[in-house]
Design a protein around this ligand. Sequence first.
Ligand SMILES: [Fe+2]
Length: 208
Amino acid sequence: MNVIADPAHYPFPLMLLPYPYEALSPHIDPCTLHFHHDRHLKTYVENLNKTLAPYPDLHDWTLYQLLTHLEKLPPQIQKSVRNNGGGVFNHQLYFDSMTGVETKPGSVLLQAFENSFGSFGEWKSKMTEAATSVFGSGYAWLISNDDGTLRIVTTPNQDTPLPLRPLLLIDVWEHAYYLQYQNLRAEYIKNWFCVIDWDKVEDRYLGR
Ligand SMILES: [Fe+2]
């Protein structure tokens, strides 16, 4: 799924998980995935559609268009589209960035990590720091700059980093880990690295 070029528009569908609920165990358990996908993401999708329903002019706008032109929307729905549309975008990319099959960053990505952070290991430690430092609810992202270098950003709540080009993100809202890890966000972050789908990250980096 290319979430940036995704042609979907109102009424936005609930994406299917690209793997079975058990696929990410033991790093992310099926119960967490059920709640996260079937309840949290579903609610964002429903609320986004409810918000857009009375505005037929917006019914052919893609999620990317909505989120990158918030200022062009009627003022009374900007906040809801930002929160619920962001919730849909962020979760679709999050679920689509994980896999139960072991993958590794390829040579192109490894070179980019080396150029931008000194080494892959250094990126991992900076990404861990960023995800740990998000106060309250939000995300840590791996972003691709126009010149091919990489950087890390964090966003609060359901904000997206758009129009920057996201390659990968970790959801550090408590609902992403609390059922399995309780308050141990650091454990969840450590184990999340084991389920990253590096093939998808590379596809995004190469614009595929
Ligand atoms: Fe979430």
